[in-house]
Design a protein around this ligand. Sequence first.
Ligand SMILES: NC(=O)c1ccc[n+]([C@@H]2O[C@H](COP(=O)([O-])OP(=O)(O)OC[C@H]3O[C@@H](n4cnc5c(N)ncnc54)[C@H](OP(=O)(O)O)[C@@H]3O)[C@@H](O)[C@H]2O)c1
Length: 338
Amino acid sequence: MNKPSKLRWGILGAARVNERLLPAIVEAPNSQLVAIASRRPGAAGETLRKYAPQQQEGVREYDSLETLLADAAVEAVYLPMANEEHAEWALRAIGRGKHVLIEKPMALTVADIEAIETEARRQGVTVMEGFMYRFHPQHARVQEIIASGLIGEVCSVRASYSFMMRPARMYRLAREPGQGGGALWDIGPYAIHSLRWCFGSEPVSVAAMARYVESGADSAASGVLDFGNGRFGHFDISFERARRCEYEITGSKGGVKCHVVWQLPGDVPVISWWTEDGRECVERYPAANHFNLEIEHFSDCVLNRKPPLLTLQDAKANCRALAAVLQSAAQGKTVKLS
Ligand SMILES: NC(=O)c1ccc[n+]([C@@H]2O[C@H](COP(=O)([O-])OP(=O)(O)OC[C@H]3O[C@@H](n4cnc5c(N)ncnc54)[C@H](OP(=O)(O)O)[C@@H]3O)[C@@H](O)[C@H]2O)c1
């Protein structure tokens, strides 16, 4: 029997991020959008028409998330709900036998990710955390530069992610971190993930500081992750300053910088590197859409039974490091991880 060539997707929630992911599902050659659901009557259809106006037919619109999960035509679910809802709805989706792409952060606790892992194994489905940025070819180029030995051993990494939060989006600061609110749960996952990937290992301790708003949510944070042997990862995130989305690696013989990590349409990928013996280079690449590449990758993994690039082990490690950062910032002390 021929293998199906397209994975049938449903979207669980009329979230803003659908602006990027919904077109990605519609455009991916190995994917087909078959349903979208929202708990707000009419919002599913509105989202569909707004972000994929060409997709007028064949997509079912539901006013209930459970109804979408009961739809046997849906094989995989994209889960872009609010951070604190990820674990609960991922478990419900997996329980219905659906493959799930969960927006970052996958969950707010390692225990929740362990529960997702157990259920996914039981149901034999694929689950991945939605770190779209990893699918941009520019990061493979950075890893190639590191592997070539050009900059020597990776000694220090700095990740800076910030933007000025628009007033309409300030509800992200309405909840304290325990409920998924704040900058650390929102853009912090990228910063921590970038540091861990650049070092290719896990931090042994973290020390962080944050600025908190009245609700208890952090609006800006900075800190250091100790990767052992004098290797430090520095992060700096904020909802209160100009856009910055870069990481920079300093090695024993030189350095490399990825200038625009969250590529938006029109952004030109730029990587620059230098060496102590005086060589330097700025590399520019054609634009690539990491959302599309993420969807194509996930569909390919499910259709062809391949393991996803981003594992549940990675999701647990990121959550563990982020939880330690939150704890360190809240308590004003270094938190050990091993
Ligand atoms: N990968 C990326 O580039 C990226 C970018 C942004 C966000 N994210 C992640 O994606 C997830 C969603 O973020 P988001 O900012 O897109 O979320 P959002 O717009 O706040 O939507 C989150 C959920 O809230 C409900 N909702 C949306 N608008 C609402 C409104 N006006 N009133 C009441 N409820 C509303 C929706 O559920 P119902 O439709 O069921 O009501 C939706 O699923 C988060 O986990 C975030 O971390 C990822």
